[in-house]
Design a protein around this ligand. Structure first.
Ligand code: SF4
Ligand code: SF4
Length: 382
């Protein structure tokens, strides 16, 4: 694969991950969120890393599948990135494309776990198109004993709609089979639905379709996201005018109510995200001071660093900075982009990849703002 360099082998993964490590790493994550208000850390603690553009589905709302494979950092290169960050990383999302199309996907995920002992959460989304392949990757990742692994399976609606929007007959059945396999392994697995004008009126029907197959499945088990436009990630600008409608706004409000009181930290984080969606829909701006380039960043498959997966603002190539995000963090270009974010001169968005670290970096405001408030004021994290 292009971009490959010989960095040697990753260290042997730990054979056990005591429950105390999970408590310690969760506490570290919360403390890092609180500290974000006091100053910008010397490197990000949350990363969203696109490993590949390859995807076998043909989604209506996303054009990643049209992208050529292009350059992809090798597993060795990613290992060096994780080794450089080490204890500073708390949260990693590995995304694509369909990450499991990479034969070395599990090796990359294991490298995150091995190199980052303070990792509180490793997450990856999958289209669930190949249940055996996803299950095999998860089995390998679990062998490295991550403190917490969450897998989200993308779902766009009830069976016929999902298959149509994904351009893939049998996609719903495959996603369901993937969910069953991962749940049987005891992995925290969710369905994730990106709401757009294509499916917003079908949320209840989607939940009913899943409840018919999964006993006890309810609205609170469906995780939702709001469709966004991104030139350097989804490349879905052609659908911008058709993606949103009043139905989308209504669907978020209805779902927030139907989910009820959150149970557990993941549900609480999502509830806070949902509570601020109306504010974003009203203003088009992040409802809380965005934490991108303070605590989080996005890196594309070739190793180019961006503030997030929405703002097409390339900052630096990891290969030019010895694979060290701390060096990229210190660049004048990165600091300038951070100032633009503070001054709200970025496109503005409210998408979980970046909204969750923003919520964690503004927990007090997130709770207070969950109650409708006038004005969007307050000091943005440095
Ligand atoms: S939304 Fe996901 S599954 Fe669909 S084309 Fe994009 S990357 Fe592939
Ligand atoms: S608010 Fe701006 S910088 Fe922050 S995630 Fe959204 S587009 Fe990116």
């Amino acid at each position: 694969m292009a971009g490959a360099r010989d960095f040697g082998q990753a260290p042997a993964v730990r054979l056990s991950s005591p429950p105390l490590a999970r408590i310690r790493n969760d506490a570290t994550l919360i403390a890092r969120g609180a500290a974000a208000r006091l100053g910008r850390p010397d490197a990000p603690w949350k990363l969203t890393l696109a490993l590949t553009w390859v995807c076998e589905q043909r989604c209506t709302h996303c054009r990643i599948w049209r992208r050529p494979r292009g350059e992809e950092l090798s597993a060795d290169a990613w290992d060096h990135v994780f080794e450089r960050l080490g204890e500073r990383l708390s949260w990693v999302d590995l995304t694509g494309g369909e990450v499991t199309t990479r034969a070395d996907f599990a090796a990359i995920a294991r490298s995150v776990v091995a190199r980052c002992p303070r990792l509180a959460l490793l997450h990856f989304p999958t289209n669930g198109r190949d249940p055996a392949r996803v299950d095999g990757a998860v089995r390998e990742i679990l062998a490295s004993r991550p403190t917490r692994l969450i897998v989200s399976i993308s779902l766009d609606g009830p069976p016929a709609l999902h298959d149509r929007l994904r351009g893939d007959d049998g996609a719903f059945a495959s996603a369901l089979e993937t969910y069953r396999r991962l749940r049987a392994r005891g992995v925290e697995t969710y369905f994730g639905m990106t709401l757009s004008s294509y499916n917003a009126s079908r949320v209840d029907e989607t939940v009913m379709s899943l409840a018919a197959e999964i006993p006890g499945f309810a609205h609170r088990d469906l995780h939702v996201n709001l469709i966004h436009i991104s030139p350097h990630f989804f490349q879905n600008q052609p659908i911008e005018d058709r993606a949103r409608s009043a139905e989308v706004d209504d669907a978020f409000t209805a779902l927030s109510v139907a989910r009820g009181v959150p149970r557990g930290p993941t549900a609480l984080l999502e509830a806070l995200y949902l509570a601020h969606v109306p504010r974003y829909l009203e203003t088009g701006r992040s409802p809380l001071p965005c934490a991108s380039l303070s605590v989080n960043a996005f890196v594309d498959p070739a190793g180019t660093v961006f503030p997030c997966h929405i703002w097409d603002r390339p900052l630096a190539a990891l290969a030019d900075h010895d694979w060290d995000l701390a060096r990229v963090w210190a660049l004048a270009e990165t600091r300038a982009a951070r100032r633009e974010i503070v001054e709200e001169r970025c496109p503005g968005c409210w998408t979980p990849c970046e909204a969750y670290p923003t919520v964690l970096s503004n927990l007090d405001r997130a709770f207070i703002g969950a109650v409708p408030q006038p004005g969007h004021q307050g000091r943005t994290p440095p």
